[in-house]
Ligand binder design. Sequence first.
Ligand SMILES: NC(=O)c1ccc[n+]([C@@H]2O[C@H](COP(=O)([O-])OP(=O)(O)OC[C@H]3O[C@@H](n4cnc5c(N)ncnc54)[C@H](OP(=O)(O)O)[C@@H]3O)[C@@H](O)[C@H]2O)c1
Length: 244
Amino acid sequence: MLESLPGGGSAVVIGVGGAIGAALAAACSASRRFAKVYGFSRRVTPGVAGVSAGYLDLEIEASIAAAAAVVSAGPPPRLLVIATGILHGPGFGPEKSIRAVDGATMLKVLAVNTVGPALVAKHFTPLIPREGKAVFAALSARVGSIGDNRLGGWHSYRSSKAALHMLIKTLSIELERSRPGTVCLSLHPGTVESGLSAPFQANVRPERLFQPEFAAGRLLAVMDARQPGDSGGAYDWDNQPIAW
Ligand SMILES: NC(=O)c1ccc[n+]([C@@H]2O[C@H](COP(=O)([O-])OP(=O)(O)OC[C@H]3O[C@@H](n4cnc5c(N)ncnc54)[C@H](OP(=O)(O)O)[C@@H]3O)[C@@H](O)[C@H]2O)c1
């Protein structure tokens, strides 16, 4: 797995404290494709075996810069995955109607799901080698697709992920010039057992509720398969394109 990436580099998982982030970091470590695997999150314990843990809060840019400085001292990153995200939290959840939109909540969701990944790109993409394949991926969600939106609702989360898709597309155009081997991707993991999806699993068929390890394996296979010509696109866990 991940043989499309030149060996000897590092893998960086932002959000290693999350369900999918932890599984991604563990799979990167087990792949033996990387000289070093970094995992950053707000909670650095208990950690993932074989993964070098560090602190990062997407809402504190200085912590993102500090994490990038740590990575810059190691092997060059070939795989950068942002596995963070919020859908609900203390006192808020996805909106059922526009009447439920609260400005502060919407700004919080945008801060974590959109602005945070932009700041990660700002501080980490300069570390990506100029030659050879590398992947910069952000976990998104199919509900961030404008073309696929038939149900409505979830205004803040949908908007934050739609904006994330635009960010990844815009980044891909910029990196095409300086790092033509880099593939920028928005990835939908499927419905995965995690704290984020826990309140919304009731209507999911059991065979469509993935374990984080399964989702991580499929997402890494997508990152392995996608090439620079695919950069800027959104894909699901089954390597199918998602309409914007
Ligand atoms: N699970 C699904 O069914 C599903 C479906 C579609 C898309 N996704 C996407 O997949 C990604 C991963 O979700 P998941 O299911 O693995 O959820 P999860 O287990 O809740 O993980 C999300 C992680 O985001 C981190 N986070 C939140 N705010 C942060 C901040 N300010 N700074 C740094 N980290 C922050 C959380 O860190 P703490 O641990 O410190 O709180 C948490 O570990 C998200 O982008 C989500 O939108 C998931």
